[in-house]
Write a protein that binds this ligand. Structure first.
Ligand SMILES: NC(=O)c1ccc[n+]([C@@H]2O[C@H](COP(=O)([O-])OP(=O)(O)OC[C@H]3O[C@@H](n4cnc5c(N)ncnc54)[C@H](OP(=O)(O)O)[C@@H]3O)[C@@H](O)[C@H]2O)c1
Length: 246
């Protein structure tokens, strides 16, 4: 039996990268995907054509932190959505030494990577409690939060904050059957890393045991595992899917 079939899963950042590929995998699993995005594109339109009402789109700009709470709450209520899972995926990168980061970029980084996921999680947990669903929350964090990378200090700070948030959420809501875990992903070949030179990529890959990029499929399979009841005894953890970064 396909256990995610007809279950509502909320996921942020479905327009491209890991979020888009995870959305496709969840749709194939039969889940009803509630995808957060800013703007549609050809890939999203094609998925809408193929899957119809199995893909519900919620247009929110995660920089606009004042609007997130009400927009998400109203959408979930109006569409009678009972969430079984949440994949907090949307984020922005940053490539600046601690001495160079601008105040404007830092504020944007913290809003999108930290405040928005916390506000989304708040609505997700409230929805799960309201419907008495012991759901699963998966935050996509980064190997950078655990091992440190030059140029990623501020980005890593936002990801480390989400690891801390997730662990305490697991403690707060475990009694209601709600689980919260993070996947600390290694460097993946997506738009986020597309501006790195080949030389820098090889340096990064050279630091991990498998000497290669992290495969999207490996991260997606871990997300799906954490959403399913197979992982029912796992909460408050960070799972590294990173080609062996140490
Ligand atoms: N790529 C890597 O090497 C790597 C490594 C470790 C962890 N991660 C993490 O993995 C996750 C996915 O990253 P990715 O590589 O797939 O990145 P990506 O290709 O750059 O995609 C980022 C996604 O986040 C969305 N997003 C960004 N700002 C937003 C906003 N203000 N409002 C709504 N959506 C917004 C983007 O939407 P738009 O199309 O509207 O911009 C896009 O869908 C992130 O949490 C990232 O930090 C990535």
């Amino acid at each position: 039996m396909n256990e995610l079939k007809d279950r509502h899963i909320l996921i942020s950042g479905v327009s491209r990268g890991l979020g888009l590929q995870t959305t496709k995998a969840l749709l194939q699993e039969g889940a009803i995907v509630v995808g957060i995005l800013r703007k549609s594109n050809d890939q999203i339109e094609a998925l809408q054509k193929e899957y119809g009402r199995q893909l519900m789109l919620l247009y929110v700009d995660l920089e606009e932190i004042q609007k997130i709470g009400n927009e998400v709450k109203d959408f979930l209520h109006e569409n009678n959505i009972k969430l079984h899972g949440f994949v907090s995926n949307a984020a922005i990168g940053s490539d600046a030494l601690a001495t160079d980061i601008t105040e404007a970029h830092l504020i944007k980084l913290v809003n999108v990577n930290q405040i928005a996921p916390i506000l989304l999680t708040k609505q997700v947990i409230r929805n799960m409690i309201l419907h008495n669903i012991g759901g699963s929350i998966v935050h996509i964090t980064s190997v950078a939060a655990q091992t440190g990378y030059s140029g990623l200090s501020s980005y890593a700070a936002t990801k480390g904050a989400m690891e801390a948030f997730s662990r305490s959420c697991a403690r707060e809501w475990g009694r209601k059957g709600i689980r919260s875990n993070t996947i600390a992903a290694g460097f993946m070949e997506t738009d986020m890393t597309s501006e790195m030179t080949e030389e820098n990529k090889q340096k990064v890959y050279g630091r991990n045991a498998l000497k290669k990029a992290t495969e999207l499929d490996s991260v997606i399979a871990t997300i799906i595992f954490l959403l399913k009841d197979q992982s029912s005894s796992i909460t408050g953890k960070s799972i590294g899917v990173d080609a062996g970064a140490m």
